[in-house]
Design a binder for this molecule. Structure first.
Ligand code: SF4
Length: 237
C-alpha cells in the first residue's frame, strides 16, 4: 500500500493498523477508581508507569480518597512518593489537588476537562487520561510518544502539545481519541524507539513518511524503466 496523500487518509489507515496490532491497549497505570487514576497520572510525570505502580499500593492504602489525601502530613507523603522523582512538588500538588476536589467537587473527580485542569498538577494530558480511561469520554492525551510519532506520520506539526491535540482531534472521530493515544504510546515504547526506530519490524512502515527503509518498489520500478530505455538506446546505436 502506498502512503495516503492526505493527513485524514493517513490517520484513518494508521488508526486502523494500530487497532489490529494493539486491540486491547490499556492504560499501564494500576488503578481502581477515577481518583486513583488521577493521582497515579500526576505521579507519572518524568518517570515510568512501572515506577508509579510500585508506590501506589502503599499510597492508596494510606490515602484511599480525597479527604484522606487532603489531610496527609507532607513529610509522610513525600516518603511514599520519593522514588517517583520531584517528590516534594508532587506531594505538594497531590495534597492541594485533594483539597481542590473536596472544596469544589464534593470529593469526586470531575469529568469536564475545563474543571480537571483547574486542579493543581493537572494539565490537559492528565485531564484527557482521566476522561478517556476512567470515564470512557472523548480525550486525546498527548505525551512525548504521541507527539513524536504523530509528527513522524505527518499528522501533526510543531512541538506544542495543545496544538498537536487539536490537529489530531480534527482527524479522528471523538470515540477513537483515547485508543489512538494509548496505541501510539505502546508503538512508541515497543517499536518506534526515539533513538533507534525499528522500521524493519514496524507494521506501519508502508504508511510512514519517516520510515528509514528505502522505498524499493517505486525506486526499482523507475530504475528498471530507465535501465530499459538506456539499453534500447545502446541497442539502437
Ligand atoms: S516506520 Fe520507522 S519511523 Fe515510522 S513508525 Fe515505524 S518504526 Fe517509526
Amino acid at each position: 500500500m502506498g502512503t495516503p496523500r492526505t493527513p485524514k487518509g493517513r490517520m484513518k489507515a494508521i488508526a486502523a493498523r494500530l487497532a489490529v496490532e494493539y486491540p486491547d491497549a490499556l492504560c499501564e497505570l494500576d488503578h481502581r477508581t477515577p481518583f486513583e487514576l488521577l493521582v497515579a497520572t500526576v505521579l507519572s510525570a518524568q518517570t515510568t508507569d512501572a515506577r508509579v505502580n510500585m508506590v501506589t499500593p502503599t499510597l492508596f492504602a494510606r490515602y484511599p480518597d480525597a479527604a484522606a489525601l487532603a489531610a496527609a502530613v507532607p513529610a509522610e507523603l513525600e516518603d511514599i512518593v520519593r522514588s517517583t522523582g520531584f517528590y516534594q512538588a508532587k506531594a505538594r500538588n497531590l495534597i492541594a489537588l485533594a483539597q481542590g476536589l473536596l472544596d469544589r467537587f464534593g470529593g469526586e473527580v470531575p469529568t469536564a476537562l475545563d474543571d480537571l485542569v483547574t486542579l493543581p498538577g493537572v494539565g490537559r494530558k492528565t485531564g484527557n487520561v482521566v476522561r478517556s480511561v476512567a470515564f470512557g469520554l472523548p480525550g486525546l492525551p498527548v505525551d512525548t510518544h504521541v507527539g513524536r510519532l504523530s509528527r513522524k506520520w505527518a499528522l501533526a506539526t510543531g512541538d506544542d502539545p495543545v496544538k498537536v491535540e487539536a490537529e489530531l482531534c480534527a482527524l479522528l472521530p471523538p470515540a477513537q481519541w483515547g485508543d489512538y493515544s494509548l496505541r501510539t504510546i505502546l508503538h512508541g515504547r515497543r517499536v518506534c524507539d526515539a533513538k533507534r526506530p525499528r522500521c524493519g519490524e514496524c507494521s506501519l512502515e508502508d504508511l510512514c513518511p519517516a520510515s528509514l527503509l528505502p522505498r524499493r518498489p517505486a525506486r526499482s520500478a523507475s530504475r528498471s524503466v530507465s535501465d530499459q530505455v538506456a539499453a534500447e538506446h545502446r541497442h539502437v546505436k
